[in-house]
Design a protein around this ligand. Structure first.
Ligand code: GLN
Ligand code: ZN
Length: 746
C-alpha cells in the first residue's frame, strides 16, 4: 500500500481552543481524574483527526498521529522505557501512569523534572531524556498503539509517528555514557513498537530523524547516520511500512544511502533541495515553520521536477503554527489573505496534490497568485525610508569607540566593586495583570493604567533601594511579554487573537506576525524608565529586547532575508537607545536570550547567521554614546560554543545564566580571556527556592577566582516575572549580602 497523495508530518496537538492545555491544568489541579483526562485527550485526538479528513487528508495513513500529552520526546522515552536512572525505583517498568508522567515532566518535591531545552532551532521546548550506562529499553508503554487503535475505532486510520533512535539519542543526556553508543540496545524496542502497530493494523509508521540534518558537536555525522540505519534495519519486515521523516533542514547529501531502507522518505524542501532518491518522496513544499501562504506555482514546479513517486507534504510538523487563520477576526482582511495557519496549509497540500494529479486547480492557484501579488505591493510591506536607512548602514553604525575609552567615559557612573543588579522584570502580580486586562477591555482609561503602572514602579524602586541593589530597574510591569510588547509599538507587526502555539507542556505563546517594514513611530520605553529614574539617585537601567530575540519569537516575513529584517528592527531600537539617553539614562540593557536559539543546525550556515545577528545587535547599540553603559542578557549557560559571537556583541556588561551549571561558564570566560564586564547568574530563578548564603558565597568564590574583580557583576540568572515577591525579596537580600561579603574577600 502506498501513501495517499497528500499528507502532513504533524498537527498542533494542544487543541483548537487550547483544550488539551485546559485538560492538563485541570488534571494537575485535581479538578478532573485520570479517566476524565484520558477521555478529553481522546476527544481532542478524534476531533483533530476527523477535521484533517474533512480538510482533504483522505486515505489510510494520510492523517499523522502524534499525540503526546506533554511532549513528543517524553512520549518516545516513555514508550521505549527510557526512564531516568535516578527514578528507576519510583517509576516502575510497564505503562507509565499520568502521575508518573507529570513527575517526569514537572517534578515534585525533591524530584526535579527532566531538564527542558529548545527543540532543534525552534522555540518549542522538549524534555531531555536521561540515560546512563545501565539504561535498557523495551516497549514498556503502548500509548502510541492504543491511541492509533482508539482513533481508528472512531473512523480514521492514522499514521503514528515517533522520534527516531538517532534523534532521541542525540538529544538525550548520559551519565557516564554517550547516549548515541546505546543505539544497539535501543533499536529492538523500536522493532517491538513496529510489531505491535502492525498487529493493531497500522499500515504506516513515521520515524522522525531531524538529527540527520544537523551538525552536532557531541555526536558525529557518521554516528547519526549509523543510528538512523540501525533503527530502519530494526523495524523492517514487521508488516508496517516506514516513512523516514527528515524535517528541519536540507536532507540532500545525508539521506541518499538510507532511503532504500525506508518505504518512503519525507524531506524539507523549504529549507533544502531534493535529494537524489527514488521510491516514494514526501515532498515538503509547504512550510511548517512559518505562517505565510505558499507560492503554489513555485511549489508545483518543484513537485513536477522530482524524479520519484511524489506525495505532497509539509516541510516539518505543523506543531509550530496556530490552528486556523479564519478565526482571526481582528486582523485586516488583507493581511489575513496572505496567511496560512495549520488548516490552510493542509488545504494547500491537498490543492497541490490534486493539481499534480492533473485535476484543474486553476481557481485555487489563481487565488494564491493574486494574494501573493497583492502582498508584494501592499502599503507597509516596503517603506522607502526604512529601506534607505538599512541600505545606507555603514560599518561605523555597528562600531562604538574602544572599550577602554568607554570605561573612562563611564567612570562617573559610580558603582562599588562587584555591582549588584537584576535582569529587568520583577514579579508580575495579579494586580498588574488585572490592570492590563482592564485597560485592554477599555474599563481602565489610559491615565488610570499609567497610574497603576507607576505605582508598581514606585514600589519596585523602593524595594530595590531598601535591598541595597546598585543598578536598579523599573521592573517591566507594563510588559505582557518581552517581544509582544515591542511588536505592539512598532510598525510592521500584527497581533493575532487565537494564534496560540505550544511552547512546552500546557504553556502556549501567541507570537506576533512581522509582515512589513519595521519602524518606530514613537518612543516605547522612555516614559517608564524616565519615571523610575526620577524616583532615585541610583542609576536605572533602560530595558530593551534585542533584534534577534524579536525575530526569534515572532512569525517573520519570508519575502526578504532575515538579516535585512533584523537590521530594520535594529535601527528602530537604536533610536530608542538615543531617546533613552536624551532622557538621562546612563545604562541600557538590550536582551538577546534567543541568540543561540536561531543558530542553524547545519555547521555551514552558522557563520553567516552569527555575522548578521551580531551585526544587528551592534547596530541597535552602536549609536550609544561612549559614556552609556550597554548591557546585554543571555538566557543559557552554554557559553563556550558561541563565545566569539558573544564577545562580538561588544556589550560593556553581559549577564548570563550560570547558577544551575554551578558557574561552569567561568572557565569558558577565563579560558577565552573575555575582556569586558560579566555577570554570571548566582540565583537560579527557575524555581521558587531561595538560595542559601553558603551556596551564594561558593558561587561567588568560583566567579572571583576566574574573573577579575573589576569586571564581575552580581545578579540572578534571569528576570523575576514568574517569581513571587516572598522569594524575590528573600533571595535578593541574600544576593546583596553575599556580594558585600565577596567585596571584603577580594
Ligand atoms: N529583561 C527580561 C526580564 O527580566 C529578560 C527576560 C529573558 O531573558 N528571557 O524578564
Ligand atoms: Zn534570561
Amino acid at each position: 500500500m502506498t501513501l495517499p497523495a497528500a499528507t502532513i508530518l504533524g498537527y498542533p496537538r494542544i487543541g483548537r481552543d487550547r483544550d488539551l492545555k485546559r485538560a492538563l491544568e485541570q488534571h494537575w489541579r485535581g479538578a478532573i481524574d485520570d479517566a476524565a483526562f484520558h477521555e478529553r485527550a481522546h476527544e481532542i485526538r478524534v476531533a483533530d483527526a476527523r477535521r484533517l479528513v474533512d480538510l482533504g487528508l483522505v486515505g489510510d495513513a494520510a492523517v499523522p498521529g502524534e499525540w503526546a500529552h506533554y511532549d513528543h520526546v517524553l512520549d518516545a522515552a516513555i514508550t521505549l522505557g527510557a526512564v531516568p536512572p535516578r527514578l528507576r525505583d519510583v517509576v516502575p517498568a510497564g505503562p507509565v501512569s499520568l502521575a508518573h508522567e507529570w513527575l517526569l515532566a514537572r517534578g515534585e518535591g525533591d524530584v526535579p523534572p527532566l531538564e527542558m531545552t529548545k527543540w532543534l532551532d525552534s522555540n518549542y521546548h522538549y524534555l531531555v531524556p536521561e540515560l546512563d550506562a545501565a539504561s535498557t529499553f523495551a516497549l514498556q508503554d503502548r500509548r502510541i498503539v492504543e491511541r492509533f487503535a482508539a482513533v481508528r475505532d472512531a473512523g480514521v486510520v492514522t499514521r503514528p509517528s515517533i522520534v527516531g533512535p538517532a534523534t532521541l539519542l542525540t538529544l538525550a543526556t548520559g551519565g557516564g555514557v554517550r547516549p548515541i553508543e546505546l543505539v544497539d540496545r535501543l533499536v529492538p524496542a523500536y522493532r517491538a513498537l513496529a510489531e505491535a502497530l502492525a498487529e493493531a493494523g497500522a499500515p504506516w509508521l513515521q520515524i522522525d530523524e531531524p538529527a540527520l540534518v544537523g551538525d552536532w558537536g557531541h555526536v558525529s555525522r557518521a554516528e547519526v547516520e549509523a543510528a538512523v540505519r540501525a533503527g530502519l534495519e530494526a523495524v523492517r519486515g514487521t508488516g508496517v511500512r516506514i516513512l523516514l521523516a527528515v524535517p528541519n533542514g536540507d536532507a540532500s547529501g545525508r539521506v541518499e544511502a538510507l532511503a532504500p531502507l525506508a518505504d518512503a522518505v519525507a524531506v524539507d524542501l523549504v529549507r533544502g533541495s531534493v535529494p537524489a532518491i527514488g521510491g516514494t518522496v514526501v515532498a515538503g513544499v509547504v512550510g511548517g515553520r512559518n505562517v505565510w501562504r505558499t507560492d503554489l506555482d513555485a511549489a508545483l514546479e518543484t513537485l513536477r521536477g522530482i524524479d520519484a513517486h511524489v506525495v505532497v507534504g509539509t516541510s516539518t510538523s505543523l506543531l509550530h503554527v496556530p490552528h486556523d487563520v479564519d478565526r482571526e477576526t481582528t486582523l485586516s482582511d488583507e493581511l489575513r489573505s496572505w496567511l496560512a495557519f495549520a488548516d490552510q496549509k493542509v488545504a494547500e497540500v491537498v490543492t497541490l496534490a490534486s493539481a499534480l494529479s492533473g485535476a484543474d486547480e486553476s481557481a485555487a492557484l489563481g487565488r494564491a497568485r493574486d494574494a501573493l501579488a497583492a502582498r508584494r505591493v501592499a502599503p507597509g510591506v516596503a517603506d522607502g525610508v526604512v529601506r534607505d536607512r538599512v541600505a545606507a548602514a555603514s560599518a561605523g553604525d555597528a562600531e562604538r569607540v574602544a572599550y577602554d575609552e568607554r570605561v573612562a567615559a563611564q567612570a562617573d557612573i559610580v558603582l562599588p566593586a562587584l555591582p549588584t543588579t537584576t535582569i529587568g522584570s520583577f514579579p508580575q502580580t495579579g494586580d498588574i495583570r488585572r490592570a492590563r486586562a482592564a485597560h485592554a477591555r477599555g474599563e481602565l482609561d489610559d491615565a488610570g493604567y499609567r497610574a497603576a503602572m507607576e505605582a508598581e514602579i514606585r514600589d519596585v524602586v523602593a524595594l530595590q533601594e531598601r535591598l541595597g541593589l546598585d543598578v536598579l530597574v523599573h521592573g517591566e510591569p507594563e510588559r505582557n511579554d518581552m517581544v509582544q510588547y515591542f511588536a505592539e509599538s512598532l510598525d510592521g507587526f500584527a497581533a493575532t487573537a487565537h494564534g496560540w502555539v505550544q511552547s512546552y507542556g500546557s504553556r502556549c505563546t501567541r507570537p506576533s506576525i512581522l509582515w512589513g517594514d519595521v519602524a518606530r513611530p514613537a518612543p516605547i520605553t522612555v516614559p517608564w524608565t524616565a519615571y523610575a529614574q526620577s524616583l532615585t539617585a541610583k542609576p536605572v537601567k533602560g530595558m530593551l529586547t534585542g533584534p534577534v530575540t524579536i525575530l526569534a519569537w515572532s512569525f517573520v516575513r519570508d519575502d526578504q532575508p532575515l538579516a535585512d529584517t533584523a537590521a530594520q528592527v535594529a535601527f528602530a531600537l537604536r533610536d530608542e537607545v538615543t531617546d533613552l539617553e536624551a532622557a538621562g539614562t546612563r545604562i541600557v540593557q538590550v536582551d538577546e536570550p534567543a541568540l543561540r536559539e536561531l543558530l542553524p543546525l547545519e555547521e555551514h550556515r552558522r557563520a553567516d547567521y552569527l555575522d548578521w545577528s551580531v551585526r544587528a545587535f551592534r547596530i541597535a547599540t552602536g549609536g550609544a554614546a561612549p559614556g552609556t553603559q550597554v548591557h546585554t542578557h543571555l538566557c543559557y549557560s552554554e557559553f563556550g560554543s558561541i563565545i566569539d559571537a558573544i564577545d562580538g556583541l561588544d556589550a560593556d556588561v553581559t549577564s548570563i545564566e550560570a547558577a544551575r551549571s554551578r558557574m561552569e561558564i567561568v572557565d569558558d570566560i577565563a579560558g577565552h580571556g573575555y575582556p569586558r564586564g560579566i555577570g554570571p547568574g548566582v540565583w537560579d530563578i527557575h524555581s521558587p527556592r531561595v538560595p542559601g548564603a553558603d551556596e551564594l558565597d561558593e558561587l561567588l568564590a568560583t566567579a572571583t577566582a576566574g574573573i577579575p574583580a573589576g569586571r564581575l557583576w552580581v545578579n540572578p540568572d534571569c528576570g523575576l516575572k514568574t517569581r513571587g515577591y516572598a522569594e524575590t525579596e528573600a533571595s535578593l537580600e541574600r544576593l546583596v549580602a553575599a556580594a558585600e561579603r565577596a567585596r571584603e574577600r577580594i
